[in-house]
Design a protein around this ligand. Structure first.
Ligand SMILES: O=P(O)(O)OC[C@H]1O[C@H](OP(=O)(O)OP(=O)(O)O)[C@H](O)[C@@H]1O
Ligand code: HPA
Ligand SMILES: [Mg+2]
Length: 186
């Protein structure tokens, strides 16, 4: 394990198995349809890349970049769109792909924003759900893992832009961000 980690929470094998299951379920649920997968940069990139290769229906991609965490383990509560979708989503089946739902602020903002653009449907697929920190309710249609109240990195998730390329998900040692349990005040 990386020396900045406290513990491996999800191994490469566990992630792989769950991503395969999610891809299979999504392919079944959207049989005879096509979907536009909307990835939330940057964290969702690694998960999205693996997930779409397990989806067997016609699949298109687009991306939005938002940021609320900056160089912190706490959400700032202010969601900024740094890059918008390239095309209209009117009449399309949208599957938002996220790495983690924590406070729910990012996703709430985005799903309201995307809903106002007239898609045929919107669903959400999130690899990780950290329900203990929720501030805004979020309905996750496809969830990989429910995780405890710990700050995690790897497999796309960062702390201050680091650790995204780790193939597993580990709990970041509090020594690295200078604190005990996170205390989100958003
Ligand atoms: O439920 P929330 O409390 O809103 O937290 C979840 C969001 O925060 C992280 O993104 P971040 O803003 O750190 O940008 P990043 O994806 O570039 O790391 C993560 O990738 C989710 O998008
Ligand atoms: O636990 C987390 N790790 C990395 N990024 C995050 N964004 C929200 N929660 C987290
Ligand atoms: Mg981040």
């Amino acid at each position: 394990m990386h020396p900045d980690g406290e513990k491996i929470l999800l191994t490469e094998e566990q992630i792989k198995l769950q991503v395969t299951k999610l891809g299979r379920q999504i392919s079944q649920d959207y049989a005879n349809k096509e979907i536009l997968v909307v990835g939330i940069l940057k964290g969702a990139m690694v998960f999205l890349a693996d997930l779409v290769r397990k989806i067997t229906i016609p699949t298109y991609f687009d991306f939005v970049a938002v940021s609320s965490y900056g160089s912190s383990t706490k959400s700032s509560g202010v969601v900024r769109i740094l890059k918008d979708l390239d095309r209209s989503i009117q009449g399309r089946h949208i599957l938002i792909v996220e790495d983690i739902i924590d406070s729910g602020l990012t996703l709430n903002y985005l799903s309201d924003n995307l809903s106002s653009r007239g898609p045929a449907s919107i669903k959400l697929c999130a690899l990780l759900d950290k329900p203990s920190r929720r501030i805004e309710p979020v309905n996750i249609d496809y969830c990989g893992f429910t995780i405890p109240d710990e700050f995690v990195v790897g497999y796309g998730l960062d702390y201050n832009e680091r650790y995204r390329n780790l193939p597993y998900i580990m709990i970041l040692s509090p020594k690295i961000y200078g604190g005990g349990k996170q205390n989100v005040t958003a």
